[in-house]
Ligand binder design. Structure first.
Ligand code: NAP
Ligand code: F7E
Length: 325
């Protein structure tokens, strides 16, 4: 009997890679999407016929409970969230509703329908914020620096609490930044690779960015969804840091991206713009993935340099036909 997985946030970057992985593992994949007036299936267009879609919203308890009751999944992956950090300052209440309370709504639906359903929560390295320890591991205290980070801390602890209160198989993956050619264009990595491709093809002359000194532990999204799945295949529920263990600055990402496009030095093209600075910054993130390696047998396969080059090439390939036309 094949297993059934319900994915919230299936139209997002991680949802698309996770759906691919689970279909490959023989799962029946059900994706929860919210109602929109335009098509949001861009990232899953190639597998859209293999997925069952159900309409629901993290803000709406009734829709989530009804979906869990109708679908009867073996596993629920809660990937849906307001995930862009700057928006969490302009829409802090909405971010709390989606990213924090949304987790409780999904957990409540599972508890009401069948507490044996396994649950994965998409926690984040943003919870470490102003870090109290380097590298950050499962036991490192949280010090979030944005309404998004604060909301994720709530989502993390409510997951732990439902595990401890109701004996549910509820786990939290503390994932560090992971990227791909499917990353939203407002996040810094994709903004850089899209901008570099535009400069390369003569569509733009400059790239405007904020803080170039921030350091992140960047990995490839395709590697990270494998860790999500592995967490739900264990005998015991537990929480894991998923990271590469290496950190790089935004400036280094920029330098490698310009070099990968054959543009040489980045300095003539990059403009620092105060509009992209944050009210409170997370300066340095670097994770310790040793528990995930030891228990899950998980290791990242794509290096930082390969990731940057892959993303630059994908953006050039995507935009080149527009220039030729
Ligand atoms: P993403 O590309 O921004 O996708 C977010 C998904 O959430 C989209 O499918 C979006 O649907 C959906 N969504 C937003 N609000 C919703 C609502 N009210 N009801 C139902 N669906 C809603 O994010 P991602 O990069 O794939 O990340 C997946 C999850 O991991 C998020 O929870 C994020 O916070 C977390 N995370 C990400 C990273 C990372 O580096 N990528 C690291 C740690 C944790 P629409 O298409 O309709 O907008
Ligand atoms: O910023 C700096 C910015 O927006 C990374 C989300 O997936 O990962 C992501 O959150 C860094 C920050 O990602 C620009 O100040 C400089 O220090 O790509 P980002 P994030 O904030 O780290 C975590 C793990 C999540 O959970 C989140 O959902 O880059 N930066 N200049 C810039 N950032 C942006 N967006 N745009 C700039 O122009």
């Amino acid at each position: 009997m094949s297993k059934t997985a319900l994915i919230t946030g299936i139209t997002g970057q991680d949802g698309s890679y996770l759906a691919e992985l689970l279909l490959g593992e023989g799962y029946r994949v059900v994706g929860m999407t919210r109602r929109t007036s335009t098509d949001v299936h861009e990232r899953i267009q190639h597998i859209v016929d293999d997925i069952e879609f159900v309409s629901g919203d993290l803000l709406d308890q009734t829709s989530i409970t009804t979906i869990v009751d109708n679908v009867r999944p073996d596993e629920v992956y809660n990937l849906a969230a307001q995930s862009f950090v700057p928006t969490s300052w302009s829409q802090p209440v909405l971010t709390g509703e989606f990213t924090a309370l949304g987790v409780t709504r999904v957990l409540e639906a599972i508890r009401a329908v069948d507490p044996k359903i396994k649950f994965y929560q998409a926690s984040s390295s943003e919870m470490f914020g102003k870090v109290v320890e380097v590298p950050q591991r499962e036991t490192t205290s949280f010090y979030p620096r944005s309404p998004y980070g604060v909301a994720k801390v709530y989502g993390h602890w409510i997951t732990v609490n439902y595990r401890e209160s109701y004996d549910m198989f509820a786990v939290s993956g503390i994932l560090f930044n992971h990227e791909s050619e499917r990353r939203g264009k407002e996040f810094v990595t994709r903004k850089i690779t899209d901008g570099v491709a535009r400069i390369k093809l003569g569509l733009e002359r400059e790239l405007r960015l904020g803080n170039l000194e921030a350091q992140r532990d960047w990995g490839f999204a395709g590697d990270y969804v494998r860790a999500m799945w592995l967490m739900l295949q264990q005998n015991e529920p537990d929480d894991y840091v998923i990271a590469t263990g290496r950190t790089h600055s935004v400036r280094e990402f920029v330098r490698i991206a310009f070099e990968a496009a054959g543009l040489g030095a980045y300095e003539p093209y990059v403009v620092q713009d105060p509009r992209f600075m944050r009210p409170a910054e997370v300066d340095l993130l670097v994770g310790d993935p040793s528990k995930a390696k030891r228990v899950l047998g998980w290791e990242p396969e794509v290096s930082f340099e390969q990731l940057v080059e892959m993303m630059v090439r994908a953006d050039i390939d995507r935009l080149a036909p527009q220039v030729r036309a």
